[in-house]
Write a protein of this length. Structure first.
Length: 331
């Protein structure tokens, strides 16, 4: 399904079924919850993951016996600190949290990154919350009008062009390494401390190319100060309908989407996990939530627990190979 149609279908289905989660909740764990639930966000307040959590919390609360859902921000180590809080919490369903691609799928294979938990052993996947596209962008004053032009220039000048990312071992860093490998080009990676400093560097022309989450870059793309060359998504994005996919620019299969998903400690009872999943997936189908995520440049998730578990395993394998080929470290 084309992405525009998919978004429309999600919103339409949500409008028809927004009451469904309350009707099915009781069949899972009718006694759960009987006190507030803590949702750990492994990033600072006000960021994209925090926004997702705060959009979902009231909708989930409404179908979880109207118990409060309290969002707690525990930033640090690229999301690892907060995810570790979830991994070490009591397996009763009263502490759940969000994990990013970095904390769940990249960090396990990243040399130099201390990992206090095992993603596959210590966490129970609940659902994919959002996909966040990572477009390839260049400063507007750069001569590159297309991805093919940038690749051609990089091949003609190996090791002379650079790309900016949001820190060693981050998703934009790994996405850049994936593009380098797929295109057969040699670029110098330059690390910045987050999306805002990277955007400043792009606007100043300090880097020739960069990658970051779409919500960070979209205002500048729309203003014409940053030019998007390609998106690492299977379909073109409705926010950037004129920007081609990686398949269209000759880099088939290059997926650079960032993502965030909900997890619980391992060994939470199945009925409780099912209750949390139904509440979270139902919230992601809610028209207000879906529209709020869409307005921020994020693609709503809501897949099954089994699908999310398989997705995490595939992402771990994918990024482990990129890390190996690129000799990427956390330093």
């Amino acid at each position: 399904m084309r992405f525009r149609s998919r978004i429309a279908a999600v919103l339409f289905a949500a409008a028809l079924s927004s009451a469904a989660p309350a009707a099915v909740q009781a069949q899972d764990a009718p006694e759960f919850p009987n006190r507030p639930i803590r949702v750990v966000v492994p990033f600072a307040a006000g960021g994209p993951t925090d926004l997702v959590a705060r959009l979902l919390a009231p909708k989930m609360s409404a179908v979880l016996n109207n118990q409060p859902i309290v969002v707690e921000n525990r930033p640090g180590a690229g999301g690892v600190t907060g995810v570790d809080v979830v991994a070490k919490a009591a397996p009763d369903g009263y502490t759940i949290g969000f994990g990013s691609a970095g904390a769940l799928a990249i960090s396990p294979s990243l040399p130099g990154r201390y990992m206090p938990y095992d993603t596959l052993r210590d966490l129970a996947p609940i659902t994919l919350a959002v996909l966040v596209p990572e477009p390839v962008v260049v400063p507007a004053n750069q001569p590159f009008r297309t991805m093919q032009e940038f690749i051609a220039a990089a091949r003609a000048r190996p090791g002379q062009l650079n790309y900016g990312h949001t820190g060693p071992g981050s998703m934009p860093h790994l996405a850049g390494e994936l593009i380098k490998s797929a295109a057969g080009i040699d670029l110098v990676a330059i690390a910045y401390r987050g999306g805002a400093p990277l955007t400043t560097a792009l606007l100043a022309g300090e880097v020739q190319m960069g990658l970051a989450d779409l919500p960070v870059l979209l205002p500048h793309i729309r203003a014409g100060t940053i030019r998007a060359l390609a998106v690492g998504n299977r379909e073109r994005l409705p926010w950037l309908p004129d920007v081609p996919t990686m398949d269209e620019v000759g880099l088939p299969g290059v997926d650079t989407n960032n993502w965030h998903g909900m997890v619980a400690p391992a060994r939470v009872p199945e009925p409780v996990l099912n209750a949390i999943h139904r509440a979270a997936a139902g919230a992601l189908r809610d028209p207000e939530v879906a529209r709020g995520l869409y307005d921020q440049g994020a693609i709503p998730g809501g897949n099954s627990r089994e699908e999310f578990a398989a997705f995490i395993r595939s992402e771990i394998a994918k990024w482990a190979e990129v890390i190996r080929r690129g000799n990427v470290t956390a330093d």
